[in-house]
Design a protein around this ligand. Structure first.
Ligand code: CP
Length: 315
């Protein structure tokens, strides 16, 4: 049987990405539908989350499915020593699909190999966050009218930030130019720089973060320094506030430029920027609902045509 799990987005073709964007657009037009009536979605969050869990659960609810799961692994039998494999086997007895966030890189891949039902990776350690990438791609397309030939500036924690790793691999189809802005301690890992070289993706690295450096950006993608991934908290303290986007740094920005951030924001974007036309991170988070509706439907075998012909729309 075809494995419909979503572990990474790097295997998605350009056509598949555009297909999912079109499906997400259908859900933005009409959010409340009963396409997943009778289905049960499990959300297993071994790490904290606000947006990913709540938007997946909202997506399920608005599609007529029911939701089971946990937001805190401390209340599960994992605390008694139950393994991830046994947990997945148990939950697959109850649910049609499992959305899982885990602190271990590779946990989603492992779960997808043992699970009889599709696994959707809601973030595995510092590795990948494919559903975030779908909403990022949707947002970039929405704001720029295209995914092609864009200047994308990734700022902050490029070492541990799984959202930038996923985005980078997904953009390989669209001839981007990346600019990596990070201190040495948080630089883009060599693995992803080699990935760029292998796929003909242009990239430039910067330490400066000022109006001049970002003036050609179409997308300015800010990230939080991932405190939870540091083994040395002194190092975290040293780098945590290095890149703060201030309003006066937008003086040379292109008119079409949009600031994205996967959120939560800690100290990366001044609050005064929220009211500028460049700020788009809250709309971006809203798009998570539509993108995740599309991903749930796709993983459960519902096609774009079925979504378009859907008679269950509730206005
Ligand atoms: N963007 C994101 O993954 O946010 P949460 O950690 O709140 O889910």
């Amino acid at each position: 049987m075809e494995n419909r799990s979503l572990v990474t987005i790097s295997g998605h073709t350009k056509d598949k990405i555009m297909y999912l964007i079109q499906m997400a657009r259908e859900f933005e037009l009409h959010t409340n539908r009963k396409l997943l009536d009778g289905k049960v979605i499990a959300t297993l969050f071994f790490e904290p989350s606000t947006r990913t869990r709540l938007s997946f659960e909202t997506a399920a609810n608005r599609l007529g499915a029911r939701v089971i799961g946990f937001a805190d692994p401390k209340i599960t039998s994992g605390t008694k020593g139950e393994t991830l494999k046994d947990t997945i086997m148990m939950v697959s007895n109850y649910a049609d699909i499992i959305v899982m966030r885990h602190y271990l890189e590779g946990a989603a891949l492992y779960a997808s190999e043992v699970s009889p039902v599709p696994i959707v990776n809601a973030g595995d350690g510092a590795n990948q966050h494919p559903s975030q990438t779908m909403l990022d791609l949707y947002t970039i397309y929405q704001t720029q009218g295209t995914l092609e030939n864009l200047n994308i500036y990734l700022v902050g924690d490029l070492k541990y930030g799984r959202t930038v790793h996923s985005l980078l691999t997904a953009m390989r189809h669209f001839n981007p130019t990346f600019h990596f802005i990070a201190p040495d301690e948080l630089a883009m890992p060599d693995y992803y720089k080699m990935y760029c070289q292998q796929h003909g993706i242009r990239y430039f690295e910067h330490k400066d973060f000022d109006a001049e450096t970002i003036k050609d950006a179409d997308i300015l993608y800010m990230t939080r320094v991932q405190r939870e991934r540091f083994t040395d908290l002194m190092e975290y303290e040293r780098v945590k506030d290095l890149y703060l986007l201030k309003k006066d740094m937008l003086s040379l920005a292109r008119d079409n430029m949009k600031i994205l951030h996967p959120l939560p924001r800690v100290n990366e974007i001044e609050y005064t920027i929220d009211d500028t036309p460049y700020a788009y991170y809250f709309q971006q988070a809203r798009n998570g609902l539509y993108a995740r509706q599309a991903l749930l439907c796709d993983a459960l075998g519902i096609t774009l045509e079925e979504v378009r012909n859907d008679q269950t729309i509730q206005r």
